[in-house]
Design a protein around this ligand. Structure first.
Ligand code: TXA
Ligand code: MG
Length: 352
């Protein structure tokens, strides 16, 4: 156990001195959890192998799962990537700072621990004033996975980071809830087409609007024998209780959930339901269901912002089973679907 310091920084009025201290801790080999626009990250100096190894230890992360390198200026790409294709420059111009991670061929100098032995490196320039200022003051590329214990939902609030990493890292910078709420899109830029390895904040539609649909590939993510982003093979984003993901028309889905709620009540079980405002029912209230709202179905960004917090609330409420209603498969809804699908162990049930 070490003493974890927690500081609060207002993203609208940044305390430079506090971030200068955080930057010093990073340069001296410490681990610092910091906010980004997607989720909180757990940062270490990429050139300090011991610090990078510590990331894997404190998270309990499998060693074959590479880390994303965070930068504050797009030109740092040339320090990290062996070559920077024209497409990568267009992507940087269009989507950075923002929730996009690019996979490029890596330079020799990047320690193998960062890239888990792969010949590529993941690079991202986050759009959060605290992250940007911290990276600028650190002056080094910073390796940062999500600041959660491996297998737990990613942290969208400092309280989530504290729950998982208090006593294990030097510093946590609290800057309130993150905006996007789902991790960045991981995009392979090494081939002739852009391949979405993990759907996220920069949506397929946004990429297609710039490059045309024929340039963008979104291979199936789940149950692949050989997952594209190594991290996608693990059952993560998982709350403690088993989660079942439901698709179908809203009326049959609601009737199914109402029946399930009544049965759970008589079996003495606590049920968690993750669904949209429109799916709420008086039956859930009368049966004591923990109803967790993803907001309006027509606005998937709301669901993205809330999802990981809701999964953690299920743990806190101690529910025995969770039922989640599938989000619409467009915009950031695709990423929300992907995370719920993984939390459900790669299964979807169609309700008729
Ligand atoms: O939004 C985010 O991306 C957050 C914030 C903190 O920036 N970070 C994050 O990192 O989600 P992490 O480690 O939880 O997820 C990184 C994902 C993993 O699925 C990993 O396998 C994949 O990116 N990845 C990293 N390097 C890769 C590479 N060279 N090739 C393929 N996938 C890679
Ligand atoms: Mg993660």
């Amino acid at each position: 156990m070490i003493k974890t310091e927690i500081i609060t920084v207002n993203p609208k009025a940044i305390d430079q001195t506090a971030l200068a201290r955080a930057a010093t801790i990073l340069r001296q080999g410490g681990l610092v959890a910091f906010p980004t626009e997607t989720v909180y990250g757990l940062g270490a100096d990429i050139y300090n192998r011991d610090s990078v190894k510590k990331i894997f230890t404190v998270k309990g992360r499998p060693g074959d799962n590479p880390l994303i390198v965070h930068i504050y200026h797009w030109e740092q790409m040339t320090e990290l990537a062996r070559e920077v294709p024209e497409t990568a420059k267009v992507l940087a111009q269009q989507f950075w700072p923002g929730p996009l991670t690019m996979i490029l061929p890596k330079k020799e100098e990047i320690p193998a621990e960062v890239s888990a032995g792969l010949p590529t490196v993941a690079i991202r320039l986050p759009a959060h004033p605290v992250a940007e200022e911290l990276l600028r003051q650190t002056g080094l590329p910073v390796a940062a996975p999500s600041a959660n214990t491996s297998g737990r939902p990613s942290p969208t609030r400092s309280s989530h980071v504290i729950a998982d990493l208090d006593g294990k890292i030097e510093l946590i910078i609290d800057a309130g809830p993150t905006g996007v709420g789902i991790e960045s899109t991981v995009l392979d830029v090494t081939g002739p087409k852009l391949r979405i390895l993990r759907p996220g904040g920069v949506t397929r539609e946004m990429l297609e609007a710039v490059f045309g649909p024929e340039m963008v590939e979104a291979p199936p993510q789940i149950n692949c024998a050989r997952p594209l982003a190594p991290g996608m093979k693990y059952r993560h984003y998982a709350p403690q209780a088993p989660l079942r993901l439901l698709t179908g028309e809203s009326d049959p889905v609601r009737r199914f959930l109402e029946r399930t709620a009544v049965q759970a009540r008589s079996a003495g079980k606590q049920l968690g339901i993750i669904a949209y405002e429109e799916d709420q029912s008086p039956v859930f209230v009368s049966t004591g269901v923990t109803f967790l709202s993803l907001g309006q179905r027509a606005n998937p960004t709301e669901g993205a912002e809330r999802l990981f917090h809701l999964l953690r609330l299920c743990d806190q409420a101690g529910v025995d089973e969770i039922y989640a209603v599938a989000p619409p498969r467009w915009g950031v809804g695709e990423a929300v679907f992907n995370r719920l699908h993984k939390a459900a162990g790669g299964k979807v049930e169609e309700i008729k």
